[in-house]
Design a protein around this ligand. Sequence first.
Ligand code: BGC
Length: 748
Amino acid sequence: MSEVLEVKLHDDAKAPQGQVSIRDLIGRMTLEEKIGQLQQLDASAPDLEETIRTGRVGSVINQADPGKVRELQRIAVEESRLGIPLLIGRDVIHGFHTIMPIPLGQAASWNPVLVEECARVAAEEAAQHGVNWTFAPMIDISRDARWGRIAESFGEDPVLTSVLGAAMIKGLQGERLDGAFSIAACAKHFAGYGTSEAGRDYDTTNIPENELRNIYLPPFKAALDAGVATFMSSFGDLDGVPASANEFLMRDILRDEWGFEGFVVSDWDSIRQLKTHGIAEDYREAAQLAAMAGIDMEMAGDAYAENLGSLVESGVIDLSAVDSMVENILQIKLSLGLFESVDRAEKATNVTSHADKMKLAKEAALESVVLLQNRANAQNRANAQNRANALPLSRDALKSLAVIGPMADQPYEQLGTWIFDGDEARSVTPLNAIKDYVGDDIEVRFAPAMQSTRSKTEDGFAAALDAASSCDAIIAFLGEESILSGEAHSRADINLPGNQAALIRELKKAGKPLIVVVLAGRPLTIGDILEEADAVLFAWHPGVMAGPAISDLLFGVVSPSGRLPVSFPKVVGQIPIYYNHKNTGRPACRDTVVHIDDIAVGARQTSFGMTAFHLDAGFEPQFPFGYGLSYSEFAYENLQISRDALPVGGVLDVRVTVSNNGTCTAYETVQLYVRDLVGSVTRPVKELKDFRKVHLQAGESKDIVFQLHTDQLAFFGRSKAFRVEPGTFHLWVGPNSRDGLQTEFRVI
Ligand code: BGC
């Protein structure tokens, strides 16, 4: 490459705060000091203090010991020539000390306010440790449950991910970046990382521009609109150009189209990895490609530090380009107020109490758990109102309870992935919480049955069956430990690991109501236990307050309100399976697929006889996106729209009456979907456009009103522009992506 990269400094560079003028500062920096600002080093890097002292580090990652951070900042501010403070980066993904549910669990709450509050507490705790920048939210659309990092995501839907991502950013960054407990957020991983082939982490991604723009990019645009300070490039090789060298993403879209003014950090060593990808001959070329693409800071590698100087000196990269990268970074340091004080949080007084944090953690866990199944059991004598369903359990009717399973009493495992600073000592396990709740009234017999979820022996089964047989009801805590999801922890088989399905078959022999609670970092294929289990609560990794939340749900103190942020496949071979798929030329539907002995063998009532489904799995997921049961029952009636036709730019009022016809107070998440029947490009069969989580007393009805603007119908079509295309739309309002009342309208 011989092209010279020249970039202009922002014309509208923000006015300097206090005494600091970024322009002036850049004017006084040597080239080496400039390149230093582009360097993020791990806290374990050799000679870190000396490197900071000589102005060759802009950011340090993975140091969250307040004393050590203070010392590093002191060296930067007092001993380096220009006194530029450091960005202290740390992965604060779902809590710092107080671990909240994993992001996928938080997504199941469908509650942006809750997500924001969780992030606020995380930011406060992190800021108190000197951290001023985090690498969250992860807003990669994730349609593949094999991918370990689905745990960090908000699931498969662009709108839900956009809303929750923006909420997390608001929580982390606060009202102002220089607030006492504000830390800079980072929208990651730009872009398309979630589609790595077969769910293998770091693998190739191939996303056509249409899908990239309609599905994968909207959450990033929403993050930008929410004021996110930084972006991180993805590890992925996107359509042949790894993200860290992808000018189309980083410059054309992020800077030129969207006008992003913050800075972009590479993912861990992903600049040097351009060589491994095979698009750079050496680290020098890798640095050149990344700088030209628009990566401002290098995380944990030294391609910039070693090569940018000579690239500038030899004229391959213009000094103005480096100045621009430095400016992007310094502007964020300025916005964070770091030039005025590096330890604002230490002086702050309005800290959240431990009790309030734990209360929030419990609320988040409560709202994230999804009730997937709840049905009659002939022997179900433990039921609250003598109704047929296995849940909720009745404290009055039970004399004894068997708590079984490898996930019942695991303070660490219930926290999930990415918990560098998580305090396991804060965890309350389900076993302990249940014992606490029932006190002396109910005898609790505990049998772990398996050493871990991966155990393959049946050694503990006899003791478990013995406990189960002697009790009035069984609660089995199954799932996967935290190590089975997260970065570089993908699985090819997403059944319950080890012998857990066999354990459930064994427990069934006790003939007692059998309630399964799954703790996991991803959707699992649990079809084989649905037959045996009378009720299934899917709890993800719920964080420190897993126990009290699950106990309240089991005993009906609170009704479950989580809704799936991602479709659950029946078998792994269905992946990718997602609700907002295209119709295809030969769509499968319930009326047309013929089943013989559980096998979908063909289609009737269609002229073509063959449709898009698997012989052995049909075409539907095990549980659809948006799905989740409650202890109450909700009815949807009177779906009305304000007009049948509206012009582009218009707003449609959508009104529906939702009634709680059950006997308990509960949340319902009212979901609005549309389908654009004809487009210049094929359109999804349904798209979530809005949702409202409402609290209804037993017997209460509420009119829910949505305002649907035609902008929400815009998409990237064949004209390569985002616009709404006039025509007919179907509209549904309902409890999940499968069910609901339907009407239609036109955009004219
Ligand atoms: C991950 C990022 C993370 C970074 C720093 C990388 O391996 O992909 O998401 O923020 O490490 O820990």
